[in-house]
Write a protein that binds this ligand. Sequence first.
Ligand SMILES: [Ca+2]
Ligand SMILES: [Ca+2]
Ligand SMILES: [Ca+2]
Length: 476
Amino acid sequence: MYSTSQYEILLYLILINCSLALTFNYDTEHAIIFKPHVSHNDVHHDTDYQAFGSSVAMIKLNKTTRIIVGAPKGKSRLIKTHQTGLAYSCKINQDGMTTSCKEIRLSTRYLGKSFKTKHLFTSGMNLGLNIAVGGSNNLLTICGHLHNLANQPSGICFLVSPVNMDIIKVLLPKSKKLSGSNQQKLMGKAVHEMFGFSSAFTRTSNQLIFGAPGYDIFRGAIYTASNINKMSPTANISINTINEIDQDSYFGYSVTTGIFFKSQSELAVVGAPRSHELIGQVYIVEINQNDLNGNVIQIIEGHQFGEYFGCSMLSIDLNNNGYDDLLVGAPLYMPEHNPKGDCGRVYIYSSNGVHLVQSAIIDGDSIFGSRFGSSLAYIGDLDGDSFNDIAVGAPQENEGSGSVYIYSARLIKTSKKYLQKIDSSKSFDLLGFGSSIYSGIDVDNDNCPDLLVGSYMSDAAVLLKCRRNQKLIHTT
Ligand SMILES: [Ca+2]
Ligand SMILES: [Ca+2]
Ligand SMILES: [Ca+2]
């Protein structure tokens, strides 16, 4: 037993080390799971794998949230061409627990006679593998990077109004001759340009950046579409390449944009995970609306042969210094102590106003085969310290079930410990959980953004609601 004075000292020690704080985490017990719609009259069968969850997004219209899920291997009920892929719009039913997902009926009525429907949708185009949300009107891009018509580079994206799901613009790569032929060949096989494999809306102007990692035998390129708000079914599109990049670099595998430097201009960030002899590179380039070689502002090199540096990226101000920081995923990174490989890692670069310099590294639990860093997302401020926080996907962790790690950005530099790990093998028994992540939208209007996670190997997407959590936290 403690004497009174001893008890007071003990209580004092507890109080100086801990404080009562309002924190948040994600509620795995009441997760809401979305699956693609399958009806008895349908051409679908339960066994038809759709890769539903390869991409996820949310759009808030008034107070209602649309959950968007891409299924690039699915068969469209609305488009007669075999297996184009598709995107679903999902909702939570009134009971608050069950869900329904319907194919997004992409309407071509706005396009008039500019395009024939049969030319817009081609078999095996992987529609829905890449979905992005942005622009001043919260528009949606849905891409099919393997869309293919004769004598045309491959890939197509649709700019879609989320209100009525009309296609308001068709975005196509430029039909221009490359080294004498549009039909590029490698080892006797045609090589796709893969326009729309990645895409990003600019924040400060109404432009779109698209990655085309297959361009010129996988040298890769980016395209910029301007005037996306103009009432026209097409956009001005320009291509930017980088002269120094070798073939097979996959420049354009991932794209994002950010304001990193004192100039305050918004720059494009382009991942090239196979460049520099498989070390991988990330290029910071000016967004250019002329068909030019890109003006490179900074190149960030990968660190390890084959780590797939630049596979995923996220640009967000983590340290509140007014400049965006850059997170770069390297999901095939192999630590020295675990030579089995594919543990994955995320590198964080912060700006001093002039350059981006490496400021931290996160590894998750460094589990063999987990592919930590395959996906990255901004999640808002989860722990209430006024710094932005992040989620990192490790979709192959625990023999393919997958996990999502939640980090407080402020704590990354010092502890590297995550706030929460959402482990599919413990909570949902889904496969490929964490292949895609989207947040920043508050679905249930409780002032805390909720988390949507794709689980493409199980044809599922999981909505995890943010939950208030009052507890003692250590402050020293
Ligand atoms: Ca910053
Ligand atoms: Ca925070
Ligand atoms: Ca919420």
